[in-house]
Structures are given as C-alpha cells and as structure tokens.
Design a protein around this ligand. Sequence first.
Ligand SMILES: *Cc1c(COP(=O)(O)O)cnc(C)c1O
Length: 371
Amino acid sequence: MNERIFLSSPHMSDEGYELEYVKEAFDTNWIAPLGENVNGFEKELAEKVGSKAAAALSSGTAAIHLALRAADVGEGDIVFCPSLTFSATANPIIYQNATPVFIDSNYETWNMCPKALKKAFEKYPEVKAVIVVHLYGLSADMDKIMKVCREHNVTVIEDAAESLGGYYKGQHTGTFGDYGIFSFNGNKIITTSGGGMLVSNNEEKVAKVRFWATQSRDQARHYQHSELGFNYRMSNVVAGIGRGQLKVLDQRVEKKRYIFDFYKRELGKLDGIEFMPSNEWDAPNYWLSSMTLTGKVRPVDIFEALEAENIESRPVWKPMHLQPFFEKYDFVGTGVSEKLFENGVCLPSDTKMTDKDLEKVVNMIKGLWLK
Ligand SMILES: *Cc1c(COP(=O)(O)O)cnc(C)c1O
C-alpha cells in the first residue's frame, strides 16, 4: 500500500524548535499546567495576532466554553451560531444550557451570511451572543457582521480554530469580536497535540478565564471557591510544542497557499468545479483546499477514487441544523450551507505533501472527467 496522504496532519519544524522548549520544561521540572512555556506561548500568540491578552487552555472547545461564560451566557439565553461548522462550535452553547439558533452561510464567503444574521436579529432581538466562524481559514465578512452585531449590542465570539495565520483586511481573524479562540488540535495548521487559546483585548476578562480554567481558586491559603471551576488549563509541556510551532506558522501558511494554487491551476477549469471563494479583502491561511462540484462527477466519486489510493479527502462540514442532535433548534437561512455540504470536497492539504503527491491527486481527479 502507498504511504497515506492525509487531509492535514501534524508537522513539526525541521529545526526542532518544539523539542527545545519541551526539553526546557523537563530540565526545569515544570511539568505542570503553569510555567514559562505557558506564559511565553500566551504572550507570543497574542503578539502574533495583535491582541492584548491570551489564555492558554486545554482545547479550542474549552476556549469557546469560557468565552460564552465571559459573555455571561447562561440558562435559556439565545446564541447565534453558523450552521456550517464543526460541532465543537455549537456544543459549548449546550454546556451553558443556552439555546443555539443556526445561521446560514452565503456563497461569497461560505461563512455566516450577514443577511441571514439580520433576519435572525429581527426574529430574536433578545439574543445574548453571536459566534462567528472562519471556516477552512476563509474570513467571514467581518465589516458587515460586526456592524449588525454592534447595532444590537451583542457579544461577538470568533471561532478562529481553523484560521490561525489568516487575515481579513490586514487584521488577524479572531481579533474583531470581543473574544477570539484558536485550536491546536492535531489536524489544525499548527498543533500542540491538543490545546486551545482564548484571546481578547479585555485583560480583566482574560484573567477571569484563567481563574475559571484552574478550578476558580480564590486567593486564600486553604481551598476556597466562590464560583464554579473548570480544569481547562494548558500544560507547560504542551505549550512548549506550541511555542516551537508558532515559529513555523508563516511557513505553513505559505505551503497551504501553494497547495491551493496548485489545485486551482490544475483543476479549476474542469467542468462543474468551483473552488472556495477568493475575496480581495481576504488573506486566508488555506487550512483545507476545498471546492464544490455541480457537474456529472460527484463528491463521492472523488472520495472513493482517492481512498482507493490511500489518500484522505472529506466532505465539507455537515450543517448543524441537519444533525440529529441539533435539528430541534431553529435555523435561519435559505439552504446555502446544505448545498455546500452536498457538493463540497476538502482535498488533501497536508503541508508535508510533495509536488509528486499533488500531481498524483490532481491526475486521479482529472481521470474522473475522462470516464
Ligand atoms: C477544531 C475546531 C474546534 C475545536 O477545537 P478543539 O481544540 O479540537 O477543541 C472548534 N471549532 C472549529 C471550527 C474547529 O475546526
């Protein structure tokens, strides 16, 4: 069997930066959920994205959960959430006993449709918070979305789990709203094996998030708790991997862009293929190269042909309003997210892919058009 080509897999630096930081943690015996790597990773990531403060956490999901708590979202509150996303965006709304209302995408961005968002505000003027996602590293239309959200005085949380290294009009995604979150799960553009980060310009709230994430221990010699706590802090070992990975983030974005350009150049003219949108105001990180198919070759033809060669590809996220667990919640839109799911293909976008690997994928796909 050929060596597997992945959609997106961990890619440590050639220089071994990650191991140096991890070794430092061992040498100083800071194998703990605090230490120099945690502080350093928070500072370095905040600087990279242009945010005042950051809290390193155990996952992106934990970061969304604590962002909702920081937004004071609780029992019965309504939270708008894009339908086209990974379930981790929506699950923390349920952890808080709040109610998600799912918002459709538009074709221009694949992300939250500002028009559908406006309609949702008319229907639910009492909404407490809005979660915006930057899917596959593509920016949502932040000017329009922030304008409506500010008019309604609602807290905005940006799920930038997939868009680290991606910019909207020169500003890093995840820094437009009140809170932004990132993920360092194994398949993300950089990884710590698992982890997340919450960023905000509100330093007081970030301090509060760190407090909640370490079991809400009050300042006292004995164990004293006035609030519900969580065990959500990132370990100092894991943060060391993150500091090393952050040094190669720009390289990873460059390679992801190269992969996208390669596919678009080779496949873009095939009948029925349309690549994910390119907007002049957007500088995506191209986390996954994705496209839609509306001709006679269907997504399943590609999944099956590539899998037969041990190459991984995937459908676009299945919308939340179509998921058995979430289908009882309201959806505002016209069905764009459903169409993107039906017709969407995420191509292997692993930064370790060689030109030979890319040519192989491209030739397999072109072959389907000759049948
Ligand atoms: C990966 C991902 C998350 C969750 O991050 P974890 O670190 O895996 O908890 C949240 N939202 C989106 C859109 C993601 O892709």
